[in-house]
Design a binder for this molecule. Structure first.
Ligand code: URA
Length: 216
């Protein structure tokens, strides 16, 4: 996707004060009806500049498969484009290493206009939010993930305005929340809940597509 220089430069400048590295713009089909929004890149993504190429990416591919989707069919991006890290002590040798962490509010704001721009460009009919960071950033809602995963909501989106802060869009978007693909690594027990939510979403997407496909 072509991002105007001003938007990219501003995103890079605004994220600079924080402990982050790399920059990942997004990938996939900009004309897709489906946009998937993750949280922030991890180590592999930050090095290569591509979204979801590490362990969470392999899990995402499995989940896309259940959804009946392929990476080339969707536009994939995230709330923050640089890898937020913190220093942690090594367990097996002296010294420290960088560990992933969730992006904080200021980092989310630093990259908000970039995500807003991409949503305006892609104009997706469905936005899939992977995890609570993406869901809260997009909708401003704080629902418990376990109570909403796999359901489709029609809601306004939050957009960032330098003058007014977070504002809500006039138009409503269809937003589906799913667990972040990495969630199952920390809690393998949610695997069947995840699969049920994915099947729900698959059915919804197929029904959405059906009128067009039948030529009606
Ligand atoms: N998590 C994300 O949200 N994005 C990535 O690219 C990788 C992990």
């Amino acid at each position: 996707m072509n991002i105007p220089d001003g938007i990219k430069t501003e995103a890079l400048r605004r994220i600079e004060p924080y402990d982050v590295e790399g920059f990942v713009l997004g990938a996939g089909d900009e004309r897709s009806d489906i946009m998937i929004v993750g949280e922030a890149p991890g180590e592999n993504e930050a090095v290569k500049g591509e979204p979801f190429i590490g362990r969470a990416g392999k899990e995402l591919d499995k989940q896309l498969d259940i959804l009946g989707l392929n990476r080339k069919d969707i536009y994939l991006t995230s709330v923050v484009r640089s890898r937020p890290y913190r220093w942690v002590e090594n367990t097996n040798k002296p010294g420290y290493r960088k560990a992933n962490r969730k992006p904080n509010k200021k980092e989310i704001i630093a990259h908000a206009k970039l995500l807003d721009y991409q949503i305006d460009q892609v104009k997706p009919s469905v936005i899939i939010a992977l995890g609570s960071v993406a869901y809260q950033r997009l909708t401003g809602r704080e629902d418990k993930m376990s109570s909403i995963i796999g359901s489709v909501m029609e809601v306004p989106l939050l957009k960032w305005s330098d003058e007014e802060g977070w504002i809500t869009s006039e138009e409503e978007y269809k937003v589906v929340a799913l667990y972040h693909p990495a969630a199952v690594f920390y809690n393998p027990k949610i695997r069947s809940e995840i699969e049920d939510s994915l099947k729900n979403v698959r059915e919804y997407l197929q029904n959405e597509k059906a009128p067009e496909d039948s030529g009606a």
